[in-house]
Design a protein around this ligand. Structure first.
Ligand code: UTP
Length: 292
């Protein structure tokens, strides 16, 4: 089987309770970091990794995600008439022409594993990527998913992004144990969802980027609710590992947990400091604010 990925799944049907009251009407994935919503950063990363079919798993409250990727006729006409060509290309380029967006519904938020399973009719049984847009990965070189896609192709195996976390935080993540680790990757020997620090097999935490073989769907279809009463992607991956190799990959780049308030604040500062127009004024503001 070739492990070339073309399809990327974005599970965006969660409730986003950590950002209430904002997420009462604005989906978490539409929260901006500087001038782009979180979902756009994840989409750009998937396209850079070679994906041309983007599958958004949404629910009835997330119309704005579909609207964002749709054509904005009135706005385009206005910008065209007033000769604002730069702004026009900004809104036209949210998706390049060769990329298509497909929307599937998760009627009930039964968990991340269930959300991924909802994408099965579009993905089929080929290898695919999963990106959680609230994990924003900043990197000046290749994006994290591209790094993973290259490894998956080279090794013909599923690949999961991991990062080291302090042991006291293992209860917030899926945690993996690996056999040998060479360079940035190693084969996963165990994976558990949100273990307490005293029973966690390591402090290597799974973050929101996956390259998975189509074999995951059969496993997810049989997965029962696990941690938190949700159908967990982690449990589906544990079942997949009984038949196939799954690798952990320590990506190059810095992850911001934009599912948490502090993560979103940190990402905003980092992206502003890295922005060609905003870097200097941001630095000045920070210096002054810290001196106060
Ligand atoms: P989170 O654990 O961050 O949950 O989901 P959440 O509901 O989005 O946010 P909080 O914790 O209430 O603030 C991780 C990812 O899985 C998706 C979410 O949209 C997010 O991208 N997800 C989760 C689904 O698509 N469906 C689900 O049933 C659960």
């Amino acid at each position: 089987m070739t492990f070339r990925i073309r399809k990327a799944v974005f599970p965006v049907a969660g409730l986003g309770t950590r950002f209430l009251p904002a997420t009462k009407t604005v989906p978490k994935e539409m929260l901006p970091v500087v001038d782009k919503p979180l979902i756009q950063y994840a989409v750009d990363e998937a396209i850079e990794a070679g994906c041309d079919t983007l599958v958004f798993v949404t629910n009835r409250y997330k119309h704005s995600v579909a609207d964002y990727f749709d054509k904005a006729y009135e706005l385009e006409q206005k910008l065209e008439k007033s000769g604002k060509s730069e702004l026009l290309s900004l809104i036209r380029d949210v998706l390049p022409r060769h990329v298509r967006a497909v929307f599937v519904t998760q009627a009930e938020a039964l968990g991340l594993g269930h959300a991924v399973l909802c994408a099965r009719p579009v993905v089929g049984d080929e290898p695919f990527a999963v990106l959680l847009p609230d994990d924003l990965i900043w990197n000046t070189g290749h994006g994290a998913l591209r790094q993973m896609a290259e490894l998956a192709e080279r090794e013909s195996a599923s690949v999961i992004a991991v990062q080291d976390v302090p042991r006291e935080q293992t209860g917030s993540y899926g945690i993996v144990a690996t056999r040998d680790f060479s360079g940035r990757h190693g084969e996963i020997s165990a994976i558990v969802e949100k273990p307490k620090p005293e029973v966690a097999p390591s402090n290597l935490a799974v973050v929101g980027r996956y390259v998975l073989s189509g074999g995951i769907f059969d496993r997810l279809a049989k997965t029962r609710p696990g941690a938190g009463g949700e159908i967990q992607l982690t449990d589906g991956i544990a079942a997949l590992m009984e038949k196939e190799r799954v690798l952990a990959y320590r990506f190059e780049g810095r992850r911001f947990d934009c599912g948490s308030r502090i993560g979103l604040v940190e990402a905003t500062m980092q992206f502003a400091l890295d922005h060609e127009d905003l870097a200097e004024p941001t630095r000045e503001f920070m210096r002054a604010a810290l001196a106060r």
